[in-house]
Design a protein around this ligand. Structure first.
Ligand code: SF4
Ligand code: SF4
Length: 304
């Protein structure tokens, strides 16, 4: 079934959609380049967001407004965020989507993007991979999908046009969107790592007519890539060898993700997530260890 999104209506057809990236590299997803929001593509060169995903119907209950508003006051953004938290969303970030983050041939009407994260929940991590873990994983996607549609309806009721990217959809690169919105950074396991939830979240997005979203595209979390360089626990933990570390031509390292070997969505595998220090110890603990290690290194260098 086609994922119609929320903006397939006539109201928005005068707007010029963003063109999708039509020049995607072939091969598997490569992680480890902190300046690139690289794409994850299958053997046919078709982009996918992660190993999960599929079409999802539009579950909006409110139509896009006839008169579309494009500016939201700080008060409204605060109210929106309070409402998001009240229904179970952990955090919201704001950015503009760019063409390299659009993975499928589907027009995005507005580049203004609200990124939403929701805790995956301990139960999934504790449940051994298999049908039960997969069911819990699917339920988490559905839960955030429901919240995303509720928030989209809320925006529409207040005069803003929206288009929903359901977390189960595979037409945008959600982890990269979260990174671009300054919510965290992509780790070697290819997952967005955030201060609130480490690698344990589901991500969705709402594209909206709001042109003055409070975007904060800072790089506060780019140190995570440096930490990952020395860690690599997710690679060792993967029982399927779906994460392969390779040397680059310039002497660096990058991780190749072999989608067809991953059991994340088919069996609810979370081994790479469980092994991650950001999950085991928490963001603050890892950051403080990283800072101490760096301080010691600086000290040594000064003495030389
Ligand atoms: S540990 Fe499991 S979820 Fe992670 S990459 Fe390997 S197979 Fe996929
Ligand atoms: S396990 Fe280590 S290398 Fe993998 S994402 Fe977590 S911190 Fe990075």
């Amino acid at each position: 079934m086609e994922n119609k999104g929320c903006c397939s209506g006539e109201d928005l057809k005068a707007e010029k959609p963003i063109k999708n990236n039509s020049d995607k590299p072939k091969g598997s997803k490569i992680f480890g380049n902190m300046d690139a929001y690289e794409l994850f593509v299958d053997d046919a060169g078709k982009g996918v967001g992660c190993c999960c995903g599929g079409e999802h119907p539009d579950e909006s209950t409110v139509d896009n407004p006839d008169e579309v508003k494009v500016h939201a006051g700080a008060d409204f953004i605060r109210k929106f965020e309070n409402y998001a938290h009240s229904i179970g969303v952990t955090g919201a970030g704001y950015t503009q989507i760019s063409s390299e983050l659009i993975l499928e041939d589907k027009p995005i009407i507005y580049p203004n993007t609200i990124v939403l994260i929701m805790e995956m929940g301990e139960e999934i991590l504790k449940t051994p991979k298999g049908p039960e873990a997969q069911k819990l994983n699917d339920q988490a996607y559905q839960k955030l999908g429901n919240m995303t549609h509720k928030l989209s309806d809320y925006l529409r009721e207040n005069g803003f046009a929206t288009q929903v990217a359901h977390p189960y959809g595979r037409w945008v690169n959600f982890s990269a969107l979260g990174q671009k919105a300054g919510m965290g950074f992509i780790g070697k396991n290819g997952l967005l790592i955030t201060p609130q939830l480490g690698p344990g979240q589901k991500i969705s997005a709402i594209f909206t007519s709001i042109e003055n979203l409070p975007a904060k595209e800072h790089r506060e979390f780019s140190w995570i890539a440096e930490y990952c360089e020395k860690c690599g626990k997710c690679i060792k933990a993967c029982p399927e060898k779906a994460l392969i570390e390779k040397e680059t031509c310039c002497g660096g390292k990058e991780v190749e993700f072999i989608q067809k070997l991953c059991r994340g969505c088919s069996e609810g595998c979370t081994d790479c997530m469980e092994a991650c220090p950001f999950n085991r110890k928490g963001y603050e603990h890892v950051k403080s260890r990283f800072d101490k290690m760096n301080a010691k290194l600086m000290e040594k260098r000064k003495k030389r």
